[in-house]
Write a protein that binds this ligand. Structure first.
Ligand code: T46
Length: 134
């Protein structure tokens, strides 16, 4: 499946580096929510669901982790190991995050507010949903 990553512009000088993310410019949607996860245990597997409408960009702002993406036909794996690299996760894609390094902080920019009814948590239901979409 096609994987879209974004290399963010870095503003670096002798003090260090700054990355700025603006909606509809650096990120391909309006940002309604930001959340992040940390203190994630190395054996944890998070996500394991899909969303009906939500679009997101995942950025590992510290440390590293891997993400499995599955559109119901093909799978891809992406390693996030840089604060200037964003992974676009579109709606109707199953995602699993794993292989978190000790210092990993995974930040997520989301196109919608939190909505439990947008989640598809069962893999068979997911396959039925994307199959039915055509
Ligand atoms: C996703 C992947 C990448 C909230 O109250 N508000 C929120 O905005 C979120 C995202 C979560 N929560 C609560 C719901 C649960 O009680 O935080 C708890 C942990 O959430 P969850 O188990 O859904 O976390 P992950 O890491 O499995 O999945 C999250 C997002 O939920 C999901 O949309 O795509 O990160």
């Amino acid at each position: 499946m096609e994987v879209r990553t974004i290399r963010f512009d870095e503003h670096g000088d002798k003090r260090g580096t700054l990355v700025s993310l603006e909606q509809l410019k650096d990120v391909p949607f309006e940002i309604k929510r930001v959340y992040y996860m940390y203190h994630t245990v190395p054996e944890a597997r998070r996500g394991c669901h899909a969303h009906k409408n939500l679009r997101q960009v995942l950025v590992c702002v510290s440390g590293s982790c891997s993400v499995l993406l599955d559109d119901g036909r093909e799978r891809a794996e992406v390693h996030l190991d840089s604060p200037n690299k964003g992974l676009v996760v579109e709606s109707c894609v199953w995602r699993e995050m794993f292989g978190f390094s000790e210092s990993a902080v995974l930040m997520v920019l989301a196109s919608e507010l939190y909505d439990e009814s947008d989640y598809i948590r069962d893999y068979k239901d997911f396959l039925g949903y994307v199959g039915g979409q055509g």
